[in-house]
Design a protein around this ligand. Structure first.
Ligand code: PLP
Length: 231
């Protein structure tokens, strides 16, 4: 099995090449190492290789791991967030990438104000027909963004999506194009508080295609840490 150091080097090379193909600067693309189910020792090995943003899916897991790994890095929450986990999530994470409904945003805003902070958030968009996935629907996004933009304690920084898994990453391209276009139409609304939008899209299997379509943040787990144990 390849080492974490080798894996990260390879992922960075792939990011570099994809950016060059798209005529973009590789510096525009930030790598989020997705560390769900990964033990602290192996996360620390990734930090040695220059990883600065970690992505976690479960609040309870993060509560155990973050104190062991440290807060020198940024921790982004990328999983489904239940309203009753908002309080610890706001303490543990420096960005919540998976805001997908008004009720969640309201609770985040309320608790962020109580904690005296402004939390950077991404709106998660659900672009496929799959029923099981979380995320706001495309047609509700403009309205949702407009409402959340008025809430204290939250700062909309970008959009996030997770297309269905395809063996052939080319099949994910239309989803990435749609997220980019959604961001463009959202910016065209000139909603106060939304000046620019990051695009968090692309995972181990398809991040090169996502970069070609404008991703500014890719979330990579398996290609860095190896296959996760089946749940
Ligand atoms: C697990 C996960 C990833 C990473 O997936 P890999 O295929 O292992 O790279 C990215 N984004 C989200 C939202 C995830 O849940």
């Amino acid at each position: 099995m390849a080492s974490i150091a080798e894996n990260i080097m390879r992922v960075k090379e792939r990011i570099h090449r994809a950016a060059e193909r798209a005529g973009r600067s590789p510096e525009e693309i930030r790598l989020v190492a997705v560390s769900k189910t990964v033990e602290p020792e192996r996360i620390l090995a990734a930090l040695k290789e220059g990883i600065r943003i970690l992505g976690e899916n479960y609040v309870q897991e993060a509560q155990k791991k973050i104190p062991l790994v440290g807060a020198e890095v940024s921790w982004h929450f990328i999983g489904h967030l239940q309203s009753n986990k908002v309080k610890p999530a706001l303490r543990l994470f420096s960005c919540i990438q998976s805001v997908d409904r008004l009720s969640l945003a309201e609770e985040l805003s309320r608790q962020a104000r109580l904690q005296g902070k402004v939390m950077p958030i991404f709106l998660q968009v659900h672009l496929s027909e799959e029923k099981s996935k979380f995320g706001a629907r495309e047609e509700e996004l403009l309205d949702l963004a407009g409402r959340i933009a008025t809430m204290d304690g939250l700062s909309i920084r970008g959009l996030m999506t997770m297309p269905p898994y395809f063996d052939n990453p080319e099949e994910a391209r239309p989803y990435f194009v749609r997220l980019r276009k959604l961001a463009e139409s959202l910016l065209a609304q000139k909603i106060p508080g939304i000046q620019s939008l990051e695009l968090s899209m692309g995972m181990s299997n398809d991040f090169e295609v996502a970069i070609e379509e404008g991703a500014t943040m890719v979330r990579v787990g398996t290609a860095i840490f190896g296959t996760r144990p089946a749940k």
